[in-house]
Design a protein around this ligand. Structure first.
Ligand code: UN1
Length: 506
């Protein structure tokens, strides 16, 4: 079954179970295993890109950039449209591969591919809307305007948890903006990246723009090389806060641009005036969906003390009923964590929470079966427990109570990260307070919607330790272009700005 899937996606090598982790004929990097987290068994091995392979790939992307930047943006959009069509055609198989390699349940695997398709559609429309401003000038017979021009090869570093959707956020936009790119996927999701790159290659190889999209599978050493690489004017990186702190100073050190989408420690405030049925469903999906491995996952529930007990009882009942199992199977809602290390980190966090005075309400253990399965976990906690301030990439939800809304908002904002946030209330004043300048300090703030599952049309990203970058929709495209302010004099005199006089006898 797995073999058939890989064959249909064009990435089965026919015999040895070893795939090449880049476009390069004979990559010379390390052998990287692709592990099925539902069994702990290897699916295949991928030959990663060595630093020398990477360097060749960047040279190739520079060469492609020189041609691609001159293509009119709507024509670039045509190529992106073909990529979107190919993704539509292979949606089922790609979704299955995402489920197989990173353990997302079926509907989330498909949702991941849909997010790529949405990005392709968005980028096609955008290719006719890379608008600049016309600006009023103080000088007669002058015209001042802004134009947006391509940047160069963009480095794209993605994480295992959205192995291809986050690539699409960056790649689809970068492409219509006239950039080439080099993608370093997570070494924990190499097969999925190969499948997507293969689809793209099939389209691009029929054009003169082969080399616009490049792949180099590798680990932290490759990421560091990208950070230092002066040929990449922009490096867009998604991953942990620690990863961001490691690469951002290196990129800044060469005065390159970085676009960072790092961790979150997201909270939901539930007030006494909330629709609690709605809140319950939203909290459950946000905390347990993707087995707690989204950067937008709900990690802190801040609930009014008057409603906490009944709500937590109902939540715990829901937690105990979640079907855990093979993500390919219909009806399963909780798949595995990505790795043995992730299971260990989760168990360490539960232990630390208990040692710091937290009380496990339900879950907290590894599930006794092969693979990396854990129980969704609810922990009654206090805001001063250090573990609550730490993002553990697992389905652990800390429950805290509050008495006054300002206190709840202060508690909500007291963590290092600032990605996603929400309030559940039917009270307009409470909702508006949460959205005001005194409210949530996050890049995403929702009312009566959970913290995860953002649409691509908005700008996605967060403040503080989340890194400040914005990707996907709205005007995020501006990060992928260089802005040029142009002034044209169509008159026959040379008036200087600010009334400065500089007479020269001709
Ligand atoms: C991530 O976890 O890195 O809003 C991205 C969401 C998804 C994207 C998550 N659309 O949950």
């Amino acid at each position: 079954m797995i073999e058939d899937l890989l064959r249909r996606l064009g990435i089965h090598d026919g015999h040895s179970g070893v795939w090449a982790g880049s476009w390069i004929d004979q990559p010379g990097g390390e052998l990287i295993p692709s592990i099925n987290p539902s069994t702990g068994e290897p699916i295949a091995s991928i030959v990663g890109a060595s630093i020398a392979d990477y360097d060749r790939a960047v040279d190739r992307s520079l060469d492609a950039f020189r041609r691609w930047r001159t293509v009119p943006p709507p024509h670039r959009g045509e190529i992106v449209r073909l990529i979107g069509n190919a993704l539509r055609e292979h949606k089922d198989d790609l979704g299955l591969l995402v489920s197989l390699e990173v353990g997302k349940v079926r509907s989330e695997g498909l949702g991941e591919v849909q997010e790529m398709i949405d990005m392709a559609d968005f980028a096609v429309g955008l290719s006719r809307q890379l608008y600049g401003l016309t600006i009023a000038t103080e000088r007669p017979d002058h015209r001042m305007f802004e134009q947006w021009l391509p940047l160069g090869p963009v480095g794209i570093i993605t994480a295992f948890n959205f192995p291809v959707a986050v690539w699409a956020w960056n790649a689809m936009i970068a492409a219509v903006c006239g950039n080439s790119m080099i993608w370093k996927p997570s070494p924990q999701a190499p097969l999925t990246s190969l499948a997507v790159q293969h689809l793209v290659n099939q389209i691009l190889s029929k054009t003169e723009y082969d080399g616009v999209f490049n792949l180099a599978v590798g680990g932290a050493e490759l990421g560091a090389r990208m950070a230092d690489d002066e040929r990449l004017p922009l490096v867009s990186a998604t991953g942990s806060v620690a990863m961001g702190k490691a690469i951002a100073p290196r990129i800044a050190g060469r005065l390159g641009r970085s676009l960072l989408e790092l961790g979150g420690n997201n909270g939901i405030i539930v007030t006494p005036r909330a629709n609690l049925d709605l809140a319950l469903r939203a909290v459950a999906f946000a905390a347990v969906g993707t087995a707690g491995q989204r950067c937008t996952t709900l990690r802190r529930l801040i609930i009014h003390e008057s409603i906490a007990e009944g709500f937590v009882d109902r939540l715990a009942a829901a937690y105990r009923s979640f079907p855990i199992g093979n993500p390919w199977d219909e009806g399963v809602l909780v798949g595995p964590l990505i790795s043995e290390a992730a299971v260990a980190a989760m168990l360490r966090a539960v232990e630390a929470a208990e040692a710091q005075g937290g009380e496990v309400i339900c879950g907290g253990r590894r599930v006794d079966r092969p693979g990396f399965f854990v129980e969704p976990t609810l922990i009654r906690a206090r805001a001063d427990m250090p573990i609550v301030r730490q993002e553990t990439f697992a389905p652990i939800l800390y429950v805290m109570t509050y008495a006054d809304l300002d206190e709840a908002i202060a508690l909500h904002n007291s963590v290092a990260e600032g990605l996603s946030s929400a309030i559940f209330t039917d009270d307009l004043r409470e909702a508006e307070r949460f959205l005001s300048a005194k409210g949530s300090d996050c890049g995403i703030a929702n009312v009566n919607i959970g913290t995860s599952g953002a649409e691509i049309g908005g700008a996605f990203g967060g403040e503080k330790a989340t890194g400040g970058g914005r990707e996907a929709g709205s005007d995020s495209w501006k990060a992928y272009m260089r802005r040029q302010t142009c002034t044209v004099n169509s008159g026959s005199s040379l008036p200087l700005a600010q009334g400065v006089q500089f007479p020269i006898a001709p």
